[in-house]
Design a protein around this ligand. Structure first.
Ligand SMILES: [Zn+2]
Length: 185
């Protein structure tokens, strides 16, 4: 796993790019929740589910199918209002936010890979380039030398690029809006 803070940060950065100014509080809460939820699979260890199982860590909850089902459920339950096109866009958004978790884990340098195609295939995947230090499982071990190394590598490889993307997109939008305004005047 990457750390829980980093998964949530990426989701909030994505939300900043996607959302209108007046996005409701539940939009932000659910964005962070969808990005963090896949790691709920660590609870399986307590029930004897092995890391490498379909429902083990980085298993089904890190798959494309899970991301799609979660996105559909979130929009069906929490965004009932609005036009169909807008709700379809929200499904795409929550799918991307959820799968961002798995993609980020695929950049980490430890553990088993991610079962992107579960439950249809048990294959575990990593990206060929894995610069992010894998985060320890469990809060206790996070407050250690290892935790510090994780924070440093996540700041460099995830927080900084995400923040830069948001800044670029928002600045581009501001300029585009100003030019449209000028053209209309
Ligand atoms: Zn994970």
């Amino acid at each position: 796993m990457a750390s829980v803070f980093t998964h949530a940060f990426v989701a909030l950065a994505a939300g900043k790019v996607y959302a209108d100014e007046d996005a409701p509080a539940r939009f932000w809460f659910l964005s962070a929740a969808c990005a963090v939820l896949p790691d709920a699979d660590v609870a399986g260890f307590a029930f004897g589910i092995a890391y490498g199982d379909t429902f083990g860590h980085r298993g089904f909850t890190h798959s494309l199918l899970f991301a799609l089902l979660l996105a559909l459920a979130v929009v069906a339950l929490c965004f009932r209002e609005g036009r169909r096109g807008r709700r379809a866009a929200l499904v795409c958004y929550f799918f991307l936010v959820t799968i961002s978790h798995a993609l980020l884990d695929m950049l980490t340098d430890g553990g088993l890979g991610v079962a992107l195609l579960a439950p249809f295939s048990g294959a575990r995947y990593f990206f060929p380039f894995r610069p992010v230090e894998v985060s320890p499982i469990g809060v206790g071990s996070f407050f250690s030398e290892w935790g510090l190394r994780v924070i440093k590598s996540e700041l460099l490889w995830v927080w900084a690029p995400s923040a830069l993307c948001v800044l670029l997109v928002l600045s581009f939008r501001r300029v585009a809006a100003r030019e449209t305004g000028a053209a209309e005047r």
